[in-house]
Design a protein around this ligand. Structure first.
Ligand code: F6R
Length: 257
């Protein structure tokens, strides 16, 4: 299902509301979380919503999608730091229930296997939140990653390193490698919410709309998932075939993703 809104704020509210609804309906929910510019306004909304109608967050479990290899938690561009700043430091979560891949692990392969196993041991993801890279990556699963992959280390593409250079003082500081949840892990989530905003995502969202499931476009794996919502603002949806002026909250593809 596609949901298209006029503004980033409406996208953020819709997405935050979905997360909030799950958290309130199921206090022991297991959420798969994402980082990135798209998520910043959404987490701000979620924090507002949870502060005005707080539920019991102590039993909530979270697993983040990815982490750079080689950045300590104290590095301002590590994803652990991002999550603390935008969400975790503002909510009363139980620290042992908050998980990110360990980009400093000595045994990377062991840490990756343990990460996917921990998700399964927690009962699986109730919802996986995703952004999308301008090359179609989800998590850091770059084009041509096998759909059957579980958590693994990956070399970041030049396009991804260029895109993420905006967050670093010097674009050369963007790590070359990361750990990411695999596409198979993502597909096992009971619900997936993919969020795309801004004109920089218009090209890839039109490609995704047209594409069949194809490992050249990682996000197209979601075509094999039965419960996906793709939430966009009008700029990200501008090149979708049904026109550049979609009705807010509309669904241009009633037949699904
Ligand atoms: C981040 C992640 C990435 C981002 C994607 C879009 O945890 O998994 O796939 O969602 O790179 O990033 P932004 O939102 O910065 O455009």
């Amino acid at each position: 299902m596609y949901k298209i809104f006029d503004t980033v704020d409406e996208v953020s509210r819709y997405t935050a509301q979905r997360l909030r609804d799950i958290i309130l309906a199921k206090p022991e929910a297991v959420l798969g979380l994402a980082t990135g510019g798209t998520m910043e306004p959404m987490y701000a909304r979620l924090v507002e919503m949870l502060q005005t109608s707080p539920g019991d967050l102590s039993r909530l479990t979270t697993f983040n999608l990815d982490e750079y290899i080689g950045l300590a938690a104290s590095h301002p561009q590590s994803y652990r730091y991002f999550m603390g700043r935008h969400l975790f430091d503002k909510l009363s979560l139980t620290p042992e229930r908050v998980h990110l891949p360990d980009g400093l692990a000595e045994d990377i392969d062991g840490a990756c296997r343990a990460y996917s196993a921990a998700i399964q041991a927690a009962g699986g993801l109730d919802l996986q939140l995703l952004g999308i890279g301008s090359n179609g990556h989800i998590g850091f699963n770059e084009p041509h990653t096998r759909f059957s992959c579980r958590t693994h280390a990956i070399a970041l593409s030049e396009q991804t390193r260029r895109d993420n250079g905006r967050f670093f003082n010097d674009p050369d500081e963007v790590p070359t490698h990361a750990l990411t949840l695999g596409i198979q892990d993502i597909l096992e989530a009971r619900e997936v919410l993919l969020v795309a905003t801004g004109p920089g995502k218009a090209g890839i969202m039109a490609e995704l709309y047209r594409s069949d499931a194809d490992e050249a476009l990682p996000a197209s794996a979601l075509k094999r998932h039965p419960n996906v919502t793709i939430v966009m603002d009008s700029e990200a949806a501008a090149l979708l075939p049904l026109g550049s002026d979609p009705t807010p909250g509309s669904d241009p593809a009633p037949h699904g993703v």
